[in-house]
Design a protein. Structure first.
Ligand code: SF4
Lengths: 429, 518
């Protein structure tokens, strides 16, 4: 299996930086914890509920990070650990059972409940795995109860989705021996539908997405399953899928015209799609994506860009900006660099790009100020202070909450980077 | 364990951040995991601050737990001092670090830094944001002003001849609800009274400024949630009296001016001080008649809820049908205020309990926080925001205080704006069946995009299962404006139940109307 996969690995370009040294830092990390993934996961899986077992801090994080994005009652909540729960653990379990019972009564529409661990629940060693099993038995068959940790001592931002999907993998039904394709990682519904259409046109009809939109529609997995990662932050999910016999198709991520084409080609090759058919199906959307991206090239070419670590999307994004828009990535910071999953991406990055993993935010700010990039991609805590210093910024979180994958979104992705520059140029105050 | 969807207050270390961020020359080293850095965005995004909060997080990870998180804390503190050179350092733990018990205070002291190190003990599993802010302010004031306090029992020296009376303004913080503008408004007011403002703290103060707090004649406590503890300590240590009135609304501003005059030894000049307020005339002008007796529900922090209730009742002639607060520390004050309006105070930090109360009372206007704005929107009730927790909209670009003369003007506008204008309301009542007057129609001056959601408040089930509505009575009920319909339904059902009527007819409806009045 792995031989097949290796055969289709995109060839490394001479300019690539797959083996470039990485600056590893272990200072203050200015990033969200994995709980934050709930903000999109709870909208994606429409009958799932996420109950964080944590502190007031966790509840406050969710509400502050979700902010204005909540228009309906959210399908997440926090069971806030209080002083009396800390007094004795048996008590904490009873309390949790009561909270869950009240919740399920209030929300009879829930089919899948995730107990989500936090730093406090991890530190006091509250066994949420056992609690989930107990509650799963109690509420079966109406409600399934699973658990994962989104704690900040173990997960960074998008790793929360990895932990959530990893918790789903053992629950996936076994697939029969027919070859099938699984696309892994949350995508906006519109992007998912577009990619599904193309893959079906290519003839890959045994096709499923993880996470599914409904908890009852878990896709099957088995040795005949090939999977494509739609997101770069799914290390543990990929590992567990492999233990179930599935094989990962190495590919760049479906960002930009070129990335989307290569990602689709990985699937087409694995499923022995006739190259002419591949050409026929992808030619139009690929050209359309190229034109959409090219519109922004004059504004972005030659501009320098600096990434602070955030979602692990940094490397693929830098690749799109460098190759399709002619930008100059000075530093690409990422919370965690998964060499194997990013191999195809790293090959495509310019050699001059500095890669950094982890963070020491004050030192990174020093480097950023010294580099004076044309655009800084950073989190919400840093953006306004850097703007006030005269730098132009792009909020990284917007890249997680906007449909940017696939051919039809390639132009939107480019526009997201052009907008702050255009805005700065227009303002006369 | 408490099931929470939304919270009114953050954890206590966020309160500490509000103090540190408000001040100059202070740095806060917080033993906390990486995710807790989200708190920075409260200040940089919601308040649009142009600088990062002066906070260093240790961001320890699981792999550090077995090893030496204490060493990590020491390194972070040492480096933060070297980089930021603050005049004073605050150290403390967030909820997770509290559990690993590294003793940040002891660790930081062992570093022998050349500036005061102030340890903060903020119990995350008991207390909340405002308490954390109050405690932090108190600890830092005690650390900076303590050394300058006179021996216990000493009398305050009399003010020298020709020296103007002076005060400090205590309580405004970063991320406070209109704190920035309230400070400005009080400065103007006190200036007119001839009282000098010495130190404003914590907003804009340095540790050195805090050391001078004892010099002023008295303290003005702007927000008791944050400044009361500190003011009491200053009174004990410096024999410095402090104000009890929060000057929000015309009446409270007059009371405040009298209190200040007494503390400053000046002639009361309340009339002078509140001259120029437009609220009294706007409220007396005939077009405001329609405001009379509007049923209003008030919820917020104690300071703003109590003040808004008084303005609503005394200055706009609304009827306060509910008053509550999430500030447990000031529950007694809220209960006293509620008693004045003949209602029982709702003291809770459970958003669902507040929602249930609003649904039960069916007020015509809600004065609350951003959370009540959500509740009111869902129930189709107009709402104005009068209190934290804050939202980016609560930091308007224009000058918009809550306190003093201009504050009262702002409140008039804020409280009246969401309501229908008088004649518009009458027309709506007269021609219920006009197709454009559907229940979701918003006041016309709010524009179409502001139209209320068409989900009507869920009709409460009949009081008794035996009670039923005749179809024509149900039709007639629909002709009553939607904002009082819930109330009319409940009154009618109560009326019928009390008289043992099983079926509600049009007659019953009007009998009940006559019985209960409006
Ligand atoms: S970092 Fe830990 S304590 Fe903080 S919000 Fe995330 S899970 Fe909760």
């Amino acid at each position: 299996m792995s031989e097949v996969a290796l055969a289709h690995r995109p060839t490394a370009s001479a300019a690539g930086c797959a083996d470039a040294p990485i600056l590893r830092e272990r200072g203050q990390r200015e990033v969200f914890c994995g709980l934050t993934g709930i903000i999109w996961l709870h909208r994606k899986i429409q009958d799932a509920f996420f109950l964080i077992v944590g502190s007031r801090t966790c509840a406050h994080l969710m509400q502050s990070a979700a902010g204005v994005m909540i228009f309906a009652e959210p399908r997440f909540a926090t069971a806030i650990i209080e002083d009396r729960d800390l007094a004795g653990l048996a008590d904490a379990n009873d309390e949790l059972d009561k909270v869950v019972a009240r919740l399920i009564e209030r929300r009879p529409d829930i089919r899948l409940l995730f107990l989500v661990g936090s730093c406090p629940s991890e530190v006091i060693k509250l066994d949420l795995g056992r609690a989930a099993q107990r509650l799963d038995r109690r509420f079966a068959p109406g409600v399934r109860v699973l658990n994962y940790s989104g704690s900040g001592i173990e997960t960074t931002f998008t790793q929360g989705e990895d932990a959530c999907l990893a918790a789903l993998v053992p629950q996936l039904p076994a697939a029969d021996g027919t070859p099938s394709l699984l696309v892994v990682g949350t995508l906006a519904d519109v992007v998912e539908d577009q990619l599904r259409r193309i893959l079906i046109e290519l003839g890959i009809e045994r096709l499923a997405f993880l996470p599914p939109r409904r908890a009852g529609a878990l896709p099957p997995v088995g040795p005949a399953t090939r999977f494509l990662l739609a997101q770069p932050f799914l290390a543990e999910t990929a590992r567990l899928l492999e233990t179930r016999g599935a094989a990962r198709l190495p590919a760049p991520f479906p960002l930009g015209a070129e990335g989307t084409l290569a990602w689709l080609r990985a699937a087409a090759d694995a499923f022995a799609v006739d190259p002419r058919r591949f050409e026929a199906v992808t030619e139009l959307p690929f050209e359309r994506a190229r034109r959409a991206v090219a519109r922004w090239r004059p504004e972005l070419a030659g501009r320098s860009i600096f990434f602070f670590p955030d979602s692990q999307l940094e490397v693929p994004l830098a690749r799109v900006l460098a190759r399709e828009l002619g930008m100059d990535p000075l530093e690409v910071g990422t919370p965690y660099l998964h060499r194997a999953h990013l191999a195809a991406e790293l090959d495509l990055l310019p050699k001059s790009t500095r890669l950094s993993e982890g963070q020491d935010v004050d030192r990174q700010l020093d480097r950023c100020r010294a580099a004076r990039p044309d655009i800084v991609v950073c989190g919400l805590g840093l953006a306004n202070p850097l703007e006030a210093e005269g730098l132009t910024t792009k909020w990284s979180i917007e890249l997680v909450f906007t449909p940017i994958q696939g051919f039809e979104q390639a132009g939107d992705l480019a526009e997201l980077f052009a907008r702050p520059l255009r805005r700065r140029a227009r303002l006369a105050v | 364990m408490q099931l929470t969807v939304w919270t009114y207050e953050g954890p206590p270390h966020v309160g500490a951040m509000r103090i540190a961020t408000a001040m100059e020359g202070v740095h806060y080293v917080l033993h906390a995991p990486q995710g807790d850095t989200y708190a920075d965005l409260l200040f940089t995004m919601i308040e649009r601050r142009d600088r990062r909060p002066p906070v260093t997080y240790t961001t320890f990870q699981a792999r550090d737990l077995g090893g030496d998180t204490a060493e990590l804390f020491k390194t972070a503190t040492r480096e933060a001092y070297a980089r930021f050179r603050p005049e004073a350092i605050l150290v403390g733990a967030s909820c997770t670090a509290e559990l690993i018990q590294d003793d940040p205070g002891g660790l930081a002291r062992a570093l022998d830094l050349p500036v005061p190190v102030i340890p903060l003990e903020l119990p995350s599993y008991q207390k909340k944001e405002n308490w954390g802010a109050a405690e932090t302010f108190y600890q830092i004031v005690r650390a900076m002003a303590g050394p300058t306090s006179p021996p216990p029992g000493s009398k305050r020296p009399a003010r020298g001849p020709g020296v103007r009376p002076s005060c400090n303004l205590l309580g405004p913080t970063a991320l406070g609800f209109r704190h920035r503008d309230d400070v400005e408004e009080l400065r103007r007011l006190l200036e007119r009274l001839g009282v000098e403002v010495r130190v404003v703290a914590p907003l804009g103060a340095t540790p050195a400024d805090l050391a001078r707090l004892g010099e002023a004649d008295f303290n003005v406590v702007m927000y008791p949630e944050i400044a009361a503890t500190t003011a009491r300590w200053l009174e004990r240590s410096f024999s410095q009296p402090y104000t009890r009135t929060v000057p929000i609304g015309v009446g409270a501003t007059r009371d405040f001016v009298e209190e200040v005059a007494r503390l400053a030894g000046l002639e009361p000049a309340a009339a002078v001080a509140t001259a120029g307020s437009r609220l009294p005339w706007y409220s007396r002008s005939v077009d405001s008649t329609y405001l009379t007796g509007k049923r209003v529900f008030v919820f917020g922090d104690a300071t703003h809820a109590i003040a808004a209730a008084r303005v609503a009742a005394e200055e706009l002639a609304f009827t306060v049908v509910g008053l509550g607060s999430y500030s447990r520390e000031l529950a007694r004050e809220v209960r006293e205020a509620a008693a004045r309006y003949g209602v029982e105070a709702l003291i809770t930090d459970d958003y669902l309990a507040v929602e249930a109360k609003v649904a039960e009372l069916q007020p015509e206007l809600v004065l609350g926080t951003q959370m009540e704005r959500h509740i009111a929107k869902r129930l189709g009730i107009p709402c104005a925001v009068i209190s934290a927790p804050v939202h980016v909209q609560d930091f308007p670009a224009r000058y918009s205080p809550q306190m003093g003369v201009e504050g009262a003007n702002v409140l008039f506008d804020t409280l009246v704006h969401p309501l229908m204008m008088g004649l518009e309301e009458h027309l709506l009542g007269m021609f219920r069946e006009d197709f454009e007057f559907h229940d979701g129609a918003a006041p016309s001056h709010l524009g179409t995009h502001a139209s209320l959601p068409s989900v009507p408040a869920a009709a409460p089930p009949p009081a008794a299962a035996t009670l039923s509505w005749a179809q024509d009575a149900e039709q007639e009920l629909k002709k009553i404006p939607f904002f009082v319909r819930g109330k009319a339904r409940r009154n009618t059902e109560r009326f019928a139940a009390e008289r043992g009527l099983a079926r509600i007819t049009v007659e019953t409806l009007y009998d009940a109307k006559a019985h209960f009045g409006r």
